[in-house]
Design a protein around this ligand. Structure first.
Ligand code: HPA
Length: 273
């Protein structure tokens, strides 16, 4: 199987055998948000299942392919569908695509997700710019041997979501008249939605939104000195705050409802990236 760099290089070589595009910007699209990839011009699509060393996605509403091409004048590589720890893969495997993006030349990655709202200022349909994250699940994709060519053993995590770029995003959202909130993303592995007691804990510890993705990908990207931008679509208020039961259908429906605003914002982010 080889070490991580060898696996990255094999995946990279396979992708480069399918396209001459040299993407510089990466996009990972969450539940109900994959439609952005359909806007990519002259796309080259590569199913994850074809790529060496990739896991295969199983979750509903996740398409499972890279879409590479032009968006807002930039060469981008989008993940239409992502991998989650709750699918049963290792935490290292679910973040492997981020490693591969870096090896293809991606320097800036935009992570999107559907999330539950903790902050009382939020409601279903709120868009939140991620300022920081909390992962107390006891798992890190950086556990294991460190390949120092990829990044340091003890990477700094004080600016995972690039603050300087985030200021620009906030300004652009304002100019687009989009009410973009800011907040801390609190990671739970899932797949069960949180209990009301877990939700109270997450809020008490400083979270503004809860979700089951993004945090592992962000730390791997930061490990390799990639710039990271994160946007959560608050599809529901978290369990116990919202009085009705949570379900995936509601998550996808809310994400679909705010799709046009979300696309407008992400398009602008791509433009200024
Ligand atoms: N919790 C965790 N993940 C989620 C939620 C939630 O309430 N909504 C959408 N993704």
């Amino acid at each position: 199987m080889g070490n991580l760099s060898d696996r990255m290089n094999e995946a990279k070589a396979f992708i480069e055998s399918k396209t001459d595009y040299k993407p510089t910007l990466g996009l990972i699209l969450g539940s109900g948000l994959g439609v952005i990839a359909d806007r990519i011009e002259a796309p080259v699509k590569i199913k994850y299942g074809e790529i060496p060393h990739f896991p295969v996605s199983t979750v509903e509403g996740h398409e499972g392919q890279f879409v590479i091409g032009k968006l807002m004048g930039k060469t981008v590589i989008a993940m239409q569908g992502r991998f989650h720890y709750y699918e049963g893969y290792s935490i290292q495997d679910i973040t492997f695509p981020v490693r591969v993006m870096k090896s293809l030349g991606v320097e800036h990655i935009i992570l999107t997700n559907a999330a539950g709202g903790l902050n009382p200022d939020f409601s279903g349909g709120t868009l939140m710019l991620i300022t920081d994250q909390i992962n107390i699940m006891g798992i890190s994709p950086l556990i294991g041997e460190n390949e120092s060519d990829l990044g340091p053993r003890f990477p700094d995590a004080s600016n995972i979501y690039d603050k300087t770029f985030n200021y620009k995003v906030i300004e652009e959202a304002r100019s687009l008249d989009i009410d973009l909130k800011e907040g801390v993303y609190f990671y739970f592995t899932g797949p069960a939605y949180e209990t009301p007691a877990e939700v109270r804990l997450a809020r008490l510890l400083g979270g503004d939104a809860v979700g089951m993705s993004t945090a592992p990908e962000a730390i791997v990207a930061a490990h390799m000195s990639m710039k990271v931008t994160g946007i959560s679509c608050i599809t529901n208020m978290a369990a116990g705050i919202q009085k009705t039961a949570l379900n995936h259908k509601e998550v996808v429906e809310t994400a679909n409802r705010v799709q046009s605003t979300f696309i407008k914002l992400v398009n602008r982010i791509i433009e200024i990236a």
